[in-house]
Design a protein around this ligand. Structure first.
Ligand code: GLN
Length: 309
């Protein structure tokens, strides 16, 4: 079974991709670009790009692949991986949990009901807490070191989009501020301002859909620089929490570890086979990229990619 699926993912043609892309675009025409961040609001909701990296090194892509977008919450997957590699699971899970949440990604209520211990690292409270723990003396150095680590390991070309960052700073999320205040009160944050600044900066790490697929491949395939155990942990957390309160629904409909971002990025991990990255800035009302999910669902069903057999 595993072997035939590898061939299938590899054998995909651009013509096949183009058919699913067109279908996804039609079904996802109600997607809305996030308007809270003015620089993100400039994106055209109909853009769509997909890039698939296979274990063999083969890749295939289609659509608006030249678009550059900020990773936003997709980065949360990789800050978890980075910290697991640096500090180990015991330390990291002293900072954040691995439980799913059925509240929105920036919910203060969820954090309050958990008495300040962030439920997982895929929601804002957990990601702000982990941003507080990244190695480096200040937010700028932390972001730079983290971005370099990712580029070196994945062979991608991510960079910090300063224009996007200025826009995020200008319209700092009051929900994130409230979360950071509560985390400070409960003793989970060491330095509120550095944590929020780092969180905002890493959300603005940007690239093309190809860069995102290369990042995804780090989680999909054996890599001599990363611990297999840490990759397994991150993939498991993504499956349970990566799409926020829609995670369970998509575990059943798609069955792959996935992570979304309000910038329109989406990665789906096909363990031991490859990674599927999509860019579609039109979002559903939870904040997940609509066309990307429709597309991955079609692909996963067609190629029987679900990890659940
Ligand atoms: N920076 C965004 C925020 O905190 C990221 C959220 C996301 O992509 N879901 O609101």
């Amino acid at each position: 079974m595993g072997v035939s699926v590898v061939k299938e993912l590899e054998k995909l043609t651009t013509t096949e991709l183009s058919v699913w892309v067109e279908q996804a675009k039609i079904q996802a025409k109600d997607g809305r670009v996030i308007d809270r961040i003015p620089q993100l609001a400039k994106a055209y909701p109909g853009w769509f790009a997909v890039h698939i990296c296979c274990e063999s090194g083969k890749s295939i892509s289609f659509g608006d692949t030249a678009c550059i977008f900020p990773l936003m919450s997709v980065i949360k997957t990789f800050s978890l991986l980075y910290l697991l590699e640096h500090f180990g699971a015991e330390t990291v899970f002293g900072w954040v949990g691995v439980e799913p949440s059925d509240a929105p990604f920036n919910s203060l209520e969820q954090l309050v009901s958990d008495r300040g211990y962030p439920r997982n690292s895929m929601i804002n409270s957990g990601a702000i807490t982990l941003a507080d723990k990244l190695p480096g003396k200040d937010a700028t150095q932390r972001t730079l070191l983290f971005c370099q680590w990712l580029n070196q390991l994945a062979g991608c070309q991510l960079w910090l989009d300063e224009v996007m960052l200025a826009s995020v700073r200008l319209t700092r999320s009051t929900a994130n501020e409230a979360i950071a205040n509560y985390l400070t009160e409960t003793g989970y944050l060491e330095n509120l301002e550095t944590a929020l600044d780092t969180y905002e900066q890493i959300c603005c790490i940007s690239g093309r859909v190809e860069d995102l697929a290369l990042l995804g491949k780090l989680l999909a395939c054996e890599n001599r620089y990363l611990s297999s155990q840490n990759r397994r942990i991150v993939n498991a957390v993504m499956s349970i929490c990566g799409l926020y309160e829609a995670s369970a629904e998509f575990a059943i409909r798609i069955g792959l570890p996935m992570k979304s971002g309000v910038g329109g990025g989406l990665i789906a991990i096909v363990p031991s086979e490859g990674a599927i990255a999509c860019y579609s800035p039109g979002l559903d009302n939870i904040g997940n990229p609509l066309a990307g999910l429709v597309f991955v669902e079609a692909l996963a069903q067609e190629l029987q990619l679900s990890i659940f057999g």
